[in-house]
Design a protein around this ligand. Sequence first.
Ligand code: HEM
Ligand SMILES: [Ca+2]
Length: 791
Amino acid sequence: MSYRRAVTVVGLPLLLATLLLLYGVRVIVTINVTHSDELSRAVEEAQCPEQSICVPLLQCPFVDRMAIVEYLSRPAVLRAPSERRWQRAHWRRCQLDEDKFAGICCNSLVESEATIPTAESEQEPEPPLPHTIEDEVLQKAQEVAMRKLNRLRINNEEGLSHKSSPAQPVHGSPDHDALPKAVVWQGLHDVLTLQALQKISNGTAPLDIRRSKRCLVGPACEKTHSRYRSFDGRCNNIEPGRSRWGSVGYPMERVLAPLYDDGVWAPRMKSTTGRYLPSAREISSTLFADLYQPHSRHNVLLMQFGQFLAHDFSRNQALPGTRKCCTPDGSARLRNASFGCMPIAVREGDDFYSQHGVRCLHFTRTAIAPMDQCDSKYARQLSSVSHFIDGSPIYGNSKQEAHELRSHEGGRLKSIKHRRYHNELLPFDRTEGSCEKWAKMCFKTGDVRSNQLITLVAVHTLFLREHNRIAHEFERLNPHWSDDTIFKETRRIVIAQLQHIAYAEYLPKIVGHRLVSVYKLHPSGRADPGYTSHYRPDVNPSVSSEFTVAAFRFGHSTVPSKLDLKDGSVDTWHTFLDPTRFRERTFYDELFHSMQRQPMQTVDDQFSTSVTRFLDVQPGTSHGKDLAAINIQRGRDHALRPYNDYRRLTGKPPRHDFAEFGPKHGPTLASLYASVDDIDLYVGGILEPPLEDGVVGETFAEIISDQFARFQHGDRYFYSNGPDTNPGHFTQAQLREIQRTSMASLICANAGETHRMYVLPDAFTVPHDDNRPVVCSSPDMPRLDLSWWKD
Ligand code: HEM
Ligand SMILES: [Ca+2]
């Protein structure tokens, strides 16, 4: 099928032509629906009407995906003729690839143009609305919200200053503060108002909190052609109304509309049968165990790079005022716990916590983004880091954070140098609570989570060293460059290397090669210069709740129970928040050596007790939290829809029966859930068998691929974008140089003792015949030739 032939492009502006070209290539995009009666009929409807293109449903934001998923959830025989008419009028299936896969005709060109907010809509205040009964209802709702908020504020012992009153809309954060508290309070105020509106009017009042303020579409960008990306992710997209996409504090996206119990923010707690869902801990303790299941190909470094990436694109901001949800001994829920608490219930006979008398595990709900979007109808969660893969764990999420991390000499980042160490270490962090009390070393980076795990500290150290190594060379190469120029140019290169490793080495191992080509995730263009031309201003790069709360947390199942260190193995949780061993002279090199050799764990029903029992162990206790249970609970906090809806969305047949989960999991799931349509996305996704050449199962793989496509196609500064889109593009020679970079070459360039350090050419894969250790001083090891940057 040739879509390109089917579409008349004559007379369309250049932008449309580019989009069509992109979409034209997308005919290879596929979704597997071989078992689905619904979508296999796609073959009959192979062609799309003019100005629409065939893409996976997941990648078409211009249709009502939720309505389609709901339509697909009803057996065809039960559909009324009116429903079928609706289907014919609103969406059309199409054939994507050979006769195997089906997609949807996506009418993006017409609809995206129609929905782009214009510059005028930003400047022109909305006309005042006539005073109606609705205004009074709204005022009442706001008062209810304010009272609730004040109670929380007292609990939190944090005042809302006059300036940051939540009744005033917050337009965003000044550049010196990555996520001001006022934004969090504003979001809370908005959602409480919406909930109160819903309650007071018994659901009859229109859910519209905009009446009290303008519908904000984001500030205009002053510097639209800056050579360097901002720290907080703003103005990556310069289209009016999209300047905040992917920036700090921008709400998480939804792949599918949430399933809040009240439609606004009440967590998803009920089964489709009306009963309560099983406790997240009960699911975790019944379904998940801790058995040694080494991955046959990939190593601990792959696991570790995954966590580093996760911290680059997402951080669920906790609600304020919710420090305590359970009694200090964990025996019960606190009677006066804040409404932001959503503690995890532990049953009496729990196989672990019962021996400690614990019946309640602390859990705080994620903060809500201010509802200054035009279409806010329900809560969307806040991320306090920039959503882009832009090295924010290295450089921080605001100009001010970066300022504090910089040494202001020779473009370098602050570091610790001592003859006792082979090479630099991260600067110390002396803030209380950053590490365990007994830790003798604790490091400061651009992300507050960097001391979580000792191997994570190693990856942070690697990127710090790489930055300072390049900066140092620039000082010699371009002595006329200022500290500022060296810093910015170096940051640009380090981010490019990070993106290159993420797309060229990491991602294909996670989702497999088929989805890499289906979702166009190749990091370099096939055209001569190597530039990519995937950038599309209508692609929103922001993380979706489904991705960050479920799919990308697959990594928690890959964490080994013990980490192999040079002098034996240690329980993983013993390395949490205590990186003291970095003061040993050879520790860094040896850690990279062992991370490459130790296999990570497979993605399945096995989770290390380091994360399911001993996460955040408090002094004086011998138990911690359960991360698998937290993931399930977090999914309900964000009101992710049940697993089957995401199967339908990705063109897979839903599970009709527990037995379809196999003899091991089917009966266990049936004993936990009242209906197969209740299964949490995290649970269903983690139990899927991994793709043949991937690490995760098919549903997580699609959600991850779609997100990484948006990280790339929605990032104007993506390192391989050429001069037509990227104001900070590299020359072709520079780009080639960056594309020679690999994780192995980075490790070598920054080892303590290069002549004694061995790496595996594919650093994310355990040694095998085609992946034999190479000494770093070998001439075969690629080195970044910075002479291409000589001014
Ligand atoms: C021992 C290793 C790890 C520990 C102790 C750990 C711990 C945590 C914790 C405590 C959270 C916050 C949970 C919540 O309150 O919702 C979290 C979130 C998350 N983790 Fe991990 N993690 C580890 C490894 C990984 C790996 C290997 C990956 C991916 C490959 C990963 C991906 C994520 C993601 C995507 C989030 C959500 C981030 C956010 O938005 O807050 N983690 N992890
Ligand atoms: Ca980021």
